[in-house]
Design a protein around this ligand. Sequence first.
Ligand SMILES: Cc1cc2nc3c(=O)[nH]c(=O)nc-3n(C[C@H](O)[C@H](O)[C@H](O)COP(=O)(O)OP(=O)(O)OC[C@H]3O[C@@H](n4cnc5c(N)ncnc54)[C@H](O)[C@@H]3O)c2cc1C
Length: 395
Amino acid sequence: MLLIERNGRTGTKILISGGGKCNITHAGTVDDLLRAFAPAESRFLKPSMHRFSNDDVVKLMNDKGISTEIRENGRVFPLYGIAKDVMRVFNGLLENERIRIRLHTRVNGIQVADGAVTGVICEEGVIPATRVVLATGGSSYPKTGTTGDGYRWAASVGHTIVPLRAALAPIQVHPAIPRAWQGIALRGCRLAAVQNGKRLAAWDGDVLFSHEGLSGPCALEISRAAALAHEKAPVAIVADLFPDREFDHLDQTLGRMVQEHRQRVIGTVLDALLPNRIVEMFLEAVHVDPQTRGHVLTREARRAIVRRLKEWPLGQVAHVPIERGEVTAGGIALNEVDPRTMRSRVVAGLYPCGEVLDIAGPIGGYNLQAAFSTGYVAGESAALDQKDELRTKNP
Ligand SMILES: Cc1cc2nc3c(=O)[nH]c(=O)nc-3n(C[C@H](O)[C@H](O)[C@H](O)COP(=O)(O)OP(=O)(O)OC[C@H]3O[C@@H](n4cnc5c(N)ncnc54)[C@H](O)[C@@H]3O)c2cc1C
């Protein structure tokens, strides 16, 4: 068995995952994990996630001496948060199984004859093979080696590729986020993508203003829906800075704060509710002078501030860069792959798995788990099919 990798090391994505800490999977039952995916993806993933589950991933790590911990929101990490430890486990498995590894080798295509795989095309020639596990990942973060080659090969042998789109990516907005806001985080807010007054997606958590526009978990989570809808019509991004408080409740709170500090200017009062670098522009947008003292602030002005705290338009989607996504949405159509074996239904001997498939889960360890589960099944099926073939040839 041969593993071909264009980089000078295996598992580059794992090494950069979770900011180098590797959020390997998510805690909960398999059904809990499946619920995090879109319905068609969830149905497809069901057999492979049951075959090699999140518990199996954790057990594998623990058995190899890597303790794990469940962090907030159910995310599972190696205890000491070192992605290299995870790769040490996988590389150890490859060594134990005596898998040959050919690094620095870029594959250029898959050779197919009469509807069946016959080899892998590399720069130095064709490597004969009747079973090929296609695990080339997506097309984001191309510098890590994932330049979308697998999609092109799959298409060239007859697979349908569901159009590729950004997912878990920062959102660039128009007008651009002011430079002065870069680095500011909005904690515990709700970010929504809205089109023609209809909310397409929303996520609660943190938003980060960055040189890329809107980043942080909320922006990444709604980016897939925003990217898709943006192709058809303008999409607005709106933040609710206090998702747990109703308008009237927040209005009463601000009213009380103003009453308690009647001589204080509203700009200073709002410092308690907003990052202070934002306050001035925030008030400008609702035509309230930041120097207005509490005792002269009108009810209308106060309600305009609250309205904006609850529904702050952060701009129209300008671009969602696919190459900056943690995953790529779209890929090999799921109905063309058998979910119980990962066998291609188009080409005999091909086993697509991982991100090259039309699967993209949320943040939280779901994407690595999907790659582990489908990869496990692909490898297992390819090996069993190979054995069967040999047995038939040499009874
Ligand atoms: C910055 C970042 C952080 C992330 N953090 C997390 C996280 O914490 N948790 C999580 O669950 N998910 C995370 N993800 C997503 C996760 O890493 C991927 O979904 C997952 O690695 C996909 O696995 P895969 O095996 O399908 O592909 P990959 O892990 O991308 O592996 C594909 C491999 O194929 C090689 N390859 C591609 N083309 C060729 C070719 N032509 N010839 C030879 N080799 C080739 C590539 O070099 C690469 O090593 C993160 C992604 C990014 C970009």
